[in-house]
Design a protein. Structure first.
Length: 215
């Protein structure tokens, strides 16, 4: 059951993003709808912390809550990933904790009272630093700026080649007005961000996350 939910949720999870501050987003993914809170901030030592919390419902009003946290060092090297998923009423819970050392990823999955440990080495001779995590929040990038790196994917627990490109400014219809947004693509995902990196809109082939306007 929990893997079916995660397959849908994976359509809107975008971890290779340069986002900043704290925003509330309306989420649509497959047959799920709900709300997400996204927090991204630089820490005093130059590292970055990301938290995405979501509560979504299906058409039968069955809900799922998901918490994702990630930390990166000042170069964009991953330090730790966490994902905790709970189905309504405690029907199922899964937690995935990934820590990174000089060799690669150390993975611990807990579900149904059982824990499984695994390890996955860094891809040989490939970049694993997520430099786009610092776009806009810290680093300026020119239109046409592009980087490719290997990202650890929590859903598949594997390294995924990720191509990020900044396409420059674009006008976007949002909250009843037109805003000038930074347009970024991350693989097949599209994101429109403000000048401090907060998202107005994130679109993937299977879903979207739209920022709520401040009241």
């Amino acid at each position: 059951m929990i893997m079916r939910w995660m397959a849908v949720l994976g359509l809107v999870f975008v971890s290779a993003m340069a986002l900043a501050g704290e925003v509330t987003l309306d989420v649509v993914a497959g047959g799920l709808k709900g709300k997400a809170t996204l927090v991204n901030k630089l820490l005093p030592n130059g590292s970055k912390y990301v938290r995405l919390g979501m509560v979504l419902e299906d058409e039968a009003k069955k809900s799922v809550s998901v918490l994702q946290e990630s930390t990166y060092d000042a170069t964009g090297l991953p330090i730790r990933h966490l994902q905790v998923t709970n189905l309504q009423g405690g029907e199922a819970k899964q937690s995935v904790v990934v820590t990174f050392d000089s060799a690669g990823a150390n993975i611990k999955v807990e579900q149904d009272g059982k824990a499984v440990n695994d390890a996955l080495a860094f891809p040989s001779a490939m970049k694993v630093t997520a430099s786009p995590e610092f776009w806009f929040i810290r680093d300026r990038v020119a239109a046409g700026g592009k980087t490719t790196y290997q990202r650890f994917d929590l859903g598949t627990r594997s390294w995924q080649e990720t191509v990020c490109t900044y396409h420059g400014k674009r006008n976007l219809k949002w909250a009843g007005k037109t805003v000038s947004a930074n347009y970024v693509t991350i693989g097949s995902a599209k994101a429109w961000l403000d000048d401090v990196g907060d998202p107005y809109l994130i679109e993937t082939p299977g879903g979207s996350m739209t920022r709520r306007a401040e009241k």
